[in-house]
Design a protein around this ligand. Structure first.
Ligand SMILES: [Zn+2]
Length: 443
């Protein structure tokens, strides 16, 4: 067991004393925060739930409950991953990206899917990824599932099995992924809607780019979402071509059709390359349409602006600060893990927060950016109904405990010694061995 706080009390009722908690993630009145946004609290845990969150030092000591002094260590609720690809994960050893480009990724993944993605293969890689996410302290995940041709009938039933298997440990949600050109094909939409209805999570989606089918395809998806009460999730403008502005068409369509569900737009890379007037116009529409935006900074840094033997000149990420200032719910997430779209990654939201802070410069400003890996994604995906995404009395005692006492301590080390509590008990945070996948990846 890899646990930073080995002395966690064995009693079902205990206290975590002098924890630093992000003030924006605590539902408790009258807590003062320091300049980094941390409040110092004592948490009382009973029978797997948080009973109270009080200012540090104010919990009544006379009842002599066993307690563990966290010595100002930062405590988070378990994290929410709003955008990843469990079905693609970990194929890198058998299918690397030939040149590190977006087109190289697309071609390699398509070839691997058509050759290898039978149910046992998908199940093994998804299961491996979930073990990593769980050990790192993630409590809820929305994954995209490649949904074209025969893969629809393979990946969705496997996903539903894993969702049941992992219930109580990680809350899982899936959304279909296909190019918007497929949306105008009635046979395709019939198959996808059947899979979502039978195995899905009330979310529909696609990849949007500039295509003659963009507007009609979006109207078909929004209509289906309205008819079935689904939310929507799009991969949007994942390119450095400023002519790509499908984000604006999504906002226009949402407003024109009076869509009332949630819409999450991922990537939106080319928004960062607009002229000021277009930038302001699109951000205003995104805000008015009620869209939310997830940035995938690690994947964007890897793929965007890559040309052989040329140093990249931009970071690839969208305008997260400007969107947030306009009132748009914004978040960050892992995206791909060890597949041709991103050679690295392990579904570790501490890593995502660390890298997002550096790539997007989330430091030196607002102190509530931790909501971008917790409460905001949980709310937009509605996974907050399935797991404890904030710290509040009455919620499950699902938490990530670190020894870091400040942002510089938190983000300077990988926090490999973090303790993860699920229902008040420390879980085994040993990561799965890569060798577990050798048999399927070296066939
Ligand atoms: Zn993605």
């Amino acid at each position: 067991m890899n646990s930073g706080f080995a002395a966690l009390p064995a009693s079902p009722v205990f206290r975590l004393l002098d924890a630093s908690v992000p003030r924006c993630l605590v539902d408790a009145p009258a807590l003062a925060a320091d300049r980094e946004g941390f409040a110092r609290v004592d948490l009382t845990i009973a029978e797997g739930r948080i009973v109270s969150i009080l200012a540090a030092g104010t919990a009544t000591p006379e009842d002599s409950l066993p307690g563990l002094d966290l010595k100002r260590g930062i405590v988070f609720p378990r994290f929410t991953e709003s955008h990843t690809h469990l079905d693609k994960g970990h194929i890198w050893p058998r299918r690397a990206n030939p040149d590190g480009t977006f087109m190289g990724a697309l071609t390699a993944v398509t070839a691997d899917r058509e050759a290898n993605w039978h149910a046992a293969d998908v199940r093994a890689r998804m299961g491996f990824a979930l073990k990593s996410a769980f050990a790192h302290g993630t409590g809820a995940i929305r994954t995209h599932l490649d949904s074209v041709g025969p893969q629809v009938g393979i990946s969705w039933p496997v996903f539903a099995e894993l969702r049941a298997e992992w219930a109580g440990r990680i809350a899982l949600q899936a959304t279909p992924l296909f190019g918007i050109d497929h949306a105008v094909n009635p046979d395709h939409m019939r198959a996808v809607l059947a899979a979502v209805r039978q195995h899905g999570s009330g979310v529909l989606g696609a990849v949007t780019y500039m295509s003659p089918n963009l507007k009609p395809g979006l109207e078909i998806l929004f209509r289906a979402a309205i008819d079935h009460g689904y939310d929507l999730d799009f991969h949007v403008d994942e390119t450095n071509d400023p002519a790509a502005l499908s984000l604006e068409v999504i906002a226009d369509t949402a407003m024109a059709m009076g869509f009332e569900g949630k819409v999450l737009c991922g990537h939106c890379c080319s928004l960062a390359l607009q002229m000021p007037q277009a930038e302001a116009r699109v951000i205003d529409k995104v805000a008015r349409a009620g869209l939310a935006v997830v940035s995938l900074p690690m994947c964007n840094m890897y793929l965007q602006d890559r040309q052989p033997a040329r140093t990249p000149r931009w970071r690839g990420v969208t305008l997260l600060h400007e969107l947030k200032a306009a009132g748009v719910p914004v978040m960050v997430s892992s995206d791909n893990t060890r597949d041709p779209f991103y050679a690295y990654g392990d579904l570790d939201m501490v890593e995502v927060l660390r890298e997002a802070t550096r790539i997007l410069q989330l430091d030196h400003g607002a102190t509530d950016w931790v909501s971008a890996v917790t409460t905001t994604p949980a709310s937009v995906t509605r996974l907050d109904g399935l797991h404890a995404s904030a710290l509040r009395a009455g919620a499950a005692a699902d938490m990530v405990l670190t020894r870091a006492r400040s942002m510089t301590e938190l983000l300077s080390r990988p926090q490999s010694d973090r303790t993860v509590l699920v229902a008040g008990r420390a879980i085994d945070t040993t990561l799965p061995d890569y060798a577990e996948l050798d048999t399927i990846l070296t066939a």
